[in-house]
Design a binder for this molecule. Structure first.
Ligand code: GTP
Ligand code: SPV
Ligand code: MN
Length: 586
């Protein structure tokens, strides 16, 4: 008798017809074999082994450098269950479309069976996935990003309780590329891409799209959030989780070196991209990080912006689509120092000034979490860590102040539901276009987002002390087009204000959108920032916000009856507060 996993592997092999099947155990020896194979066939290029031991460069197909949201589908029986913000396809139609693409797709290739645990090996909240892939690069990345191999098989035993994900590179032609989710069956099919969130199926496909569906059914939360611990001078650590859209600063905030370290404030990393949160028996909300590594944006990373990653990513790291110096060291825009002579760009061509970026703007490093000096010693606590604050944020050149605090949970859910941000290189398509991205989950929610807002409201009602909800914007620009706020390690000043609000110490000014710090309530010692700049950062323009609130109303209308009344009430209440403020200002 074969186990459910063996049956699925056999069935997948009959369809894809691989030359051989390799069950990944996660061992060192296996990793060395995979590396040797990839060095031989050119999937990996060796980086300088003196400066970067066991670091490799992978150059992806130039048409396959980011998530492709237009090719990503939620396949539910009812279209309405996917909601107006997801691409939808009928499940049988999706399978009919993809079966021919998988048919014989692994001929002459190796099929890797990659079992993995999402979450700490011993946590009751962890879940098991198995990815079948014909990409050794995917298997090598999954080894860093999850607890892969034997521990997963041991935990699974003979059970059918795993999320299967079938992946093939196919022919990498974008017209035959599809990332399909079947949340009703807890199944993922992905073909035609080898990149990040399209191909590492434990990440966005399982840990967010499928998991958000499970979480709604089972009363927990799966969110596109970093998890950090802010240590105060007494040594007490307060945990916060923050949702920013892709390439909007989660990894950097989670790994920051605090500008207030001399005052006793430090930041500890628990996770940098995804949080799974459950209500514990004591009524607190407890977060675990389902991942075990960081798949981070390389450009902009340097010893000043993220020294912890610079320390972590110099060994055992896979670099994807970065440039390479003549001495075979990884290089990207914004790394310390100017481009050296003899730089090779991400496509493998000699780079010259004026020939475009040397590294792809969505170039990434895959690094084990355990290598970060900032890693919290509690990051694998099986019960998870208690969350005291949620932070929403995005890239807004205008409008949104540096930080504001929502009035209560319901208003905070509204603040998250109305997030908007300028698009980035993390997904294909135009960059810099402002779009609504509720809770940073627009591309990742596995069901109708109207129902998702309802789930947030329901979760709040079940929490004894729901976390305070804040909104931040590190990206506000002045008239000169430059960022007003220095960001990175200086962001701790904003986290400290939040902590002081949680503990009832810091002052705030009430505005129609929420509570904004009084200039003196922010700890700014050691930072040179003019009073004018600070005022601009904290300003709330009621007439601009009124226009924003109208746009929000139109966005909500798309969800029809799925939008919870409490959320539309908040939208109307905000309009009322803004109208009164604009009238009294005249
Ligand atoms: P994903 O992995 O795509 O989910 O991205 P992320 O949210 O983890 O974003 P990340 O921290 O990798 O940052 C993305 C880009 O924003 C990088 O180029 C950073 O240098 C830049 N960035 C991050 N934090 C700040 C900040 O506080 N200020 C400014 N100006 N830029 C920032
Ligand atoms: C994101 O785009 O939010 C990422 C990178 O974290 S990916 O793994 O491609 O989803
Ligand atoms: Mn992300």
């Amino acid at each position: 008798m074969s186990t459910p996993l063996e049956s699925w592997v056999e069935e997948s092999a009959r369809l894809t017809k691989p030359a051989k099947i390799v069950w990944c155990d996660g061992s060192e020896a296996e990793s060395e074999r995979l590396t040797a194979d990839m060095l031989r066939d050119g999937t990996f290029l060796e980086l300088n082994q003196k400066t970067h031991p066991r670091c490799y460069l992978h150059r992806s197909n130039p048409n396959d450098v980011a998530r492709t949201e237009q090719l990503t589908f939620i396949c539910t029986r009812q279209k309405e269950d996917a909601g107006p913000t997801n691409n939808w396809m009928d499940p049988s139609e999706a399978k009919e479309k993809l079966r021919p693409l998988f048919d014989g797709a692994m001929k002459g290739r190796t099929m890797y069976v990659v079992p993995y645990i999402l979450g700490p090996a011993k946590s009751p909240y962890s879940k098991i996935g198995v990815e079948i892939t014909d990409s050794a690069y995917v298997a090598a990345n999954m080894r860093i990003m999850s607890r892969m191999g034997k521990p997963a098989l041991d935990r699974l035993d003979n059970s059918a309780d795993f999320v299967p994900g079938l992946h093939s590179l196919g022919d990498l032609d974008p017209s035959r590329r599809f990332i399909m989710h079947f949340p009703e069956e807890k199944l993922i099919w992905s073909v035609g891409s080898g990149y990040g969130g399209n191909a590492l199926l434990g990440k966005k496909c399982f840990a967010l799209r499928i998991a958000s569906w499970m979480a709604r059914d089972q009363g927990w939360m799966a969110e596109h959030m970093l998890i950090l611990g802010l240590e105060d001078p007494s040594g007490k650590v307060t945990y916060m989780a923050a949702a920013f859209p892709s390439a909007c600063g989660k990894t950097n905030l989670a790994m920051m070196v605090s500008a207030l370290e001399s005052q006793g404030y430090r930041v500890w990393t628990v996770g940098d991209d995804i949080a799974w949160m459950h209500i514990a028996s004591d009524g607190t909300l407890r977060a675990i990080n389902p991942e075990a590594g960081f798949f981070g944006v390389a450009p902009g990373t340097n010893a000043k912006t993220n020294p912890n990653v610079m320390t972590a990513a110099n060994r055992n790291t896979i670099f994807t689509n970065v440039a390479m110096t003549h001495s075979r060291e990884p290089w990207w825009e914004g790394i310390d120092g100017p481009p050296a002579d003899g730089l090779t760009n991400w496509k493998g061509e000699p780079w010259t000034a004026g020939s475009g970026p040397a590294a792809h703007p969505n170039a990434r490093y895959t690094v084990p979490a355990s290598q970060s000096p900032s890693l919290s010693k509690h990051w694998e606590d099986p019960e998870g860590l208690p969350i005291s604050a949620f932070i929403f944020g995005g890239r807004r050149a205008h409008l949104a102040p540096l930080v504001y605090e929502s009035r209560n949970w319901q208003h905070g859910v509204f603040v998250g539901a109305t997030m908007a941000s300028e698009t980035t290189a993390a997904a294909t398509g135009a960059v810099g276009v402002c779009r609504r991205d509720p809770m940073a989950m627009l591309p990742f929610c596995g069901y109708n987002m109207g129902d998702y807002f309802g789930h947030w409201l329901a979760m709040g009602a079940k929490l004894k002390n729901p976390p305070k909800i804040f909104h931040v914007n590190w990206f506000r620009k002045g008239a000169d087009g430059k960022f007003l706020w220095p960001g990175y390690g200086e962001n701790v000043r904003v986290l400290k204000w939040m902590l002081d609000r949680i503990e009832g110490r810091a002052a705030a000014t009430e505005t129609p959108i929420g509570n904004v710090p009084t200039p003196s309530s922010l700890t700014l010692d050691g930072l040179s920032i003019s009073r004018d700049t600070l005022n601009e950062l904290l300003s709330v323009d009621s007439s601009d916000w009124l226009a924003e609130d109208r746009a929000v109303g139109e966005f909500f209308a798309k969800f029809g009856s799925h939008i919870p009344p409490a959320v539309t009430q908040e939208q109307k209440a905000l309009a009322g507060r803004l109208t009164r403020a604009t009238v009294s200002a005249k």
